[in-house]
Design a protein around this ligand. Sequence first.
Ligand code: SF4
Length: 282
Amino acid sequence: MKIILAKESGFCFGVKRAADMALTKANGAHVNTYGPLIHNPKFIDFLAQKNISIANSLEELTAEKIVIRAHGIPKGIKTEMLKRGLKIIDATCPFVRKVQKLAEEYEAEGYQVIILGEKSHPEIIGLQGYAPNSIVIKSLSDIPKFNRKEKIALIAQTTQNVKIYDEIAGHIRENYSNLIVADTICDATEKRQYAARELAKRVDLMIVIGGKNSSNTTRLKEICEKIVCTHHIESESELQKDWFVNINNVGVTAGASTPDFSIEATINEIKLFNNTFAGSKR
Ligand code: SF4
């Protein structure tokens, strides 16, 4: 059985930067992250061992230093942190920061901001803090009817599916004349989605590694499962030997919040299964 790792997988620039900032700037001191630094339970356990714990609200803070994660936070909460004299390590991904600025500018210029994304996702909660009147949609049918001349600005959560966004943008272009469509889907997401799609086409089975609550990992799973049998796992302990029976080529990919140690452990576990099959001359 051949195990092929997707050309682009695992930690993206923003997540790596946030993890590095938290680890280096904390320097062993007790630090809180505002919400989980990334959506990966294994990595959260690793951070806890380094004295970096999660506060899900200002009330839960136990440290004086706080890390803002790659997804960012609403403007109002950052202002409140500053008022309280907290030392902020702002690890908001620069790409997410760019979208926050765009959302704020468009709303200030009188555009109705429409965001393609998941309403409860922290990045969207953060973005809506910059454009409080924005509307979050999951699909075309969620867009309310506006006057044809309404000023509309369409943006997307950085981890959304490019194809779906383009379809929605195409439809909106046909119906509205006063329109901005911003290119806000992250390059890292696009590259991981493309690499996963291409790999899924040439294997018998795909394994997608990442937190079940990770939006970008879930997108990878959705893309792959349309092409080939796909399993989404959080850790190598979820792998089942019978998935690999009569499989010649297995593809592996991982979301932008999946640490390298998880990818390595998964590949090693699949290799162990492979050795068992070889030993039993299946
Ligand atoms: S997926 Fe892109 S936008 Fe999101 S944290 Fe990573 S680099 Fe930043």
